[in-house]
Design a protein around this ligand. Structure first.
Ligand SMILES: O=C[C@H](O)COP(=O)(O)O
Length: 252
């Protein structure tokens, strides 16, 4: 059966990096993309403190601005947290949910991840829902089972291709310079695709990103793997030149 054409997305996750001076990188990226548009959507997810300014800088451009987390409630007495409607109110388009760093640093489990994704959907945001195995789980041969279980527990029943994006990020590949063999990525993305297709009417059109040490030098190879519909990029997204070079994977 032929696969539906899926517009890829390359999203940059700045994590807890970036003072106001880093906004210059977004200005530069805007100019680079205008001069040489890629055949992919592009998003930057800066820290909360830079979101408002980043949205102003990217107005009318091809760059969407995302956030890195949201609370599961629309509002409430939750000191220090940010609600999805607050992000939507700023003009945020995507929100990363369930990144492994939040699962580890903040003890976020699948049910909370699903509740946050539901909150994002309710606010009209697209949820980038992250899954991925640890090295011990991969070495134990459990990677596929772990990821499918995370999808089962984290992706809401009302997910669809417009409101949800899956990011497969092997924990051991994040920030390490290590990436899985392309055969292993292909096997995982095929398994995720099968899962989505079985569970959701438009699961064949939902984007599945790969994340974990995506760099300019390996992006072409990683992005050419079947069912890899873009990337979630950490470190290399902090430099507009590197991020733009990753987007070359989607330029002729
Ligand atoms: O969200 C992004 C991922 O954690 C990947 O980070 P990285 O590209 O620095 O390995």
């Amino acid at each position: 059966m032929s696969q539906p054409a899926i517009r890829p997305l390359v999203a940059g996750n700045w994590k807890m990096f970036g003072l106001r001076s880093a906004l210059a990188q977004i200005e530069r990226l805007r100019a680079l993309l205008a001069a040489n548009p890629p055949g992919a959507d592009c998003a930057i997810c800066p820290p909360f403190t830079l979101i408002d300014a980043a949205i102003k800088i990217t107005a009318g451009s091809a760059i969407a601005i995302g956030a890195q987390d949201c609370h599961s409630a629309d509002e409430g007495a939750h000191t220090g947290d940010i609600a999805a409607p607050m992000l939507a109110d700023l003009g945020v388009r995507h929100v990363i949910i369930g990144h492994s760093e939040r699962r580890t640093d903040h003890g976020e489990g699948d049910s909370l991840v699903m509740a946050k994704a539901c909150a994002a959907h309710k606010a009209g945001l697209s949820a980038i829902i992250c899954v991925g195995e640890t090295l011990a789980q991969r070495d134990a041969g459990a990677a596929l089972d772990i990821v499918i279980k995370q999808l089962e527990g984290s992706v809401p029943a009302k997910a669809n291709a417009a409101n949800s994006i899956i990011a497969y990020e092997p924990v051991w590949a994040i920030g390490t310079g290590r990436t899985p063999q392309t055969d292993d990525i292909a096997q995982m993305h095929q398994a995720i695709r099968s899962y989505l297709t079985n569970r959701f009417e438009d699961g064949g059109s939902m984007r599945i990103l790969y994340g974990g040490s995506v760099k300019p030098k390996n992006a072409g190879e990683l992005m050419s793997v079947a069912h890899v519909n873009g990337a979630l990029v950490g470190g290399a997204s902090l430099d507009s030149g590197d991020f733009n070079a990753i987007l070359d994977a989607y330029r002729r």
